[in-house]
Every structure is written in structure tokens, then in C-alpha cells.
Design a protein around this ligand. Sequence first.
Ligand SMILES: *Cc1c(COP(=O)(O)O)cnc(C)c1O
Length: 326
Amino acid sequence: MAVVKANAYGHGLLRVARALADTDAFALLELDDAVRLRDAGYRQRILLLEGFFSAAELPEIMHHGFTTMVHAREQVQLLKTQRGGKKIDVFLKFNTGMNRLGFPAGDAANVIEEVKALPCVDKIVLATHFSDAEGVSGIDWQMREFDDHVARPGFGRSLANSAAMLRFPEARGDWVRPGIMLYGASPLEEATALKLGLRPVMTLKSEIIAIQQLKAGDTVGYGSLFSADRDMRIGIVACGYADGYPRHAYNGAPVLIEGIRVPMAGRVSMDMLCVDLTNVPHASVGSPALLWGDGLPIEEVAAAAGTVSYELMCALARRVPVSETD
Ligand SMILES: *Cc1c(COP(=O)(O)O)cnc(C)c1O
């Protein structure tokens, strides 16, 4: 299934759905977005990753034939109150170590029996989520919990996010849940997207709208964070944190100007950021600036801002115009 939560990781839900129209299933959190997918004509399975939050949502879930994650007692209680309506498929989520959502793995036998007996429940898939699929702890310890307590014949399994799919093919189960890799970013520290054969879907571009000639000792931007150690040219790029560029990106974060890598100078402001043009003497007003994407991995920019590519993608602002290419 294709994970398209958070407006398809900032890429636009319906735009991404069109590109992934052949997927067996979509997975997201937001009920209104699930309805948008159905209304746009997508007939495949749509899984609500956190399920429902109140009884009021159940009639809509049943009406549209959504599949819902069930991860807590309170949700089972709400399902018990349902009379009539279409049966729904359920992904039962068990906690195997993430300690965020899910029934205790040790309760699996009881929970499965109880949910199976509910008149409104059709098929059940057994699910869990890994906390360290990209890290040193890996997934073995959680797989052991799942295999010992949760897995049983006759039920499908849904286990793997992108990192687990890439690092542990043996743990793919029946319903994989890739998100970040669909958008062409690497979830792994040890492997770049390029090395994994992933191509970035999102490229954030702008251009230089002004040039400043600095003298040694001049400073740039709010807080005068950057100070010129010599005479130099600075390019002002029309992109700031109100566009989704991370304000915490440090002095020196990479930007491509005319395809050449240059360091950012000073603090990112709301609508602009500044770059040191020493390495691009031919740059001028109108020169293309590439903030991340094709030619500059988003992971690198994320690292320069102390965050992950996920956050940058999701934070892309509504005011940024989007153009589609194949
Ligand atoms: C977001 C999410 C995923 C996708 O994770 P990626 O790291 O983006 O592949 C998978 N499963 C669940 C339950 C999620 O919430």
C-alpha cells in the first residue's frame, strides 16, 4: 500500500494518487482526505492509519468501505456499539516495542478473538510498527515479539515501513507500508537515495532576486549571523521559512545556484535566504536556485537543519506554486 498521509508527504494527495493509481491500497490518517480519494474515484483499499477517534466517524467509514486500524480498547468499545451498516476490514495493531500505539502483544489471543466476534468486522490483518528499522537496534527484537505472540495462520501481516522494506526484505509480510521511499528520499543513514535507486519526486526551486556586494566586515541578514571575511558577492534567493525552507538550517547549508553548490550565508528569513556567490561569479538576478531535489538530496538539507527529509517535505507551504513534470 502507498502511504499518502500529510497530503502525501507534502506532495499533494490527488497528484500523488494519480501517479500511484495502480497501488493495491492507500494509507493515511485523515478521514476527510480518505473521502477525497473515494470521491475522486479510487476504489482500492484505503486504510486509516490511526483508525477512528469517535463513534461519529464510524458511519462514514462504513459507508465508504474504509479499512481502519484498531489499536486501542476504546476503539473496540466503539465498534461494539455499531448496529447495522456495512462490515469493515480491520488492521489490528499490536505494540511490539515502539510503545506508541497498539495493544500489548501478549494480549493478542484475546483481542483477536474479541474483534473477530464483532458483527461489524469482516477481515482482520495483524499489524505492528518498527521503531528502529533504520537504526542499530534493527527489527529482530520486535519481530520476535510479533512472531511469538501475535502472528497466526489465517491472518495477513502488515509490518514494514520504508526502512524495514529496504533493510529487512524478510519482514515484508503481506501489506507493506512504504511512505518516504515513494517520494524518492532515503530513510537510511548509510545509504543515499541515489544508491538505493530512488529518485526525488519533489524539487524545490527559486531564483536570485537581488545581489549584494559586501566589503570585508559587512554582515548579512537578521542577527548579523554571517560576517564577510573579504569583499564578496551575496545572492538573495526568494525562498524562506514561510515557503517551508527550514529556519534552523545553519550558515553553510548547501544550495545550488546555476547548478553549482554554494553555501548559505546567515539566517533564513521568512521570504528570503542568502548565499555566498564566490564560486559562481557569473550568477546574476534571475539565476536559478535549487533548494533541494534533483541535484541536491533533501536529506543533506535536512541534516544541515538538524531534521529529517520527512519534515521538510511535509512543511512545504501552500503558497509555493507547484508545476508537474513527468
Ligand atoms: C507513516 C507511516 C508509515 C510510513 O513510514 P515511512 O518511514 O515513511 O516509510 C508506515 N506505517 C505507519 C503506521 C505510519 O504511520
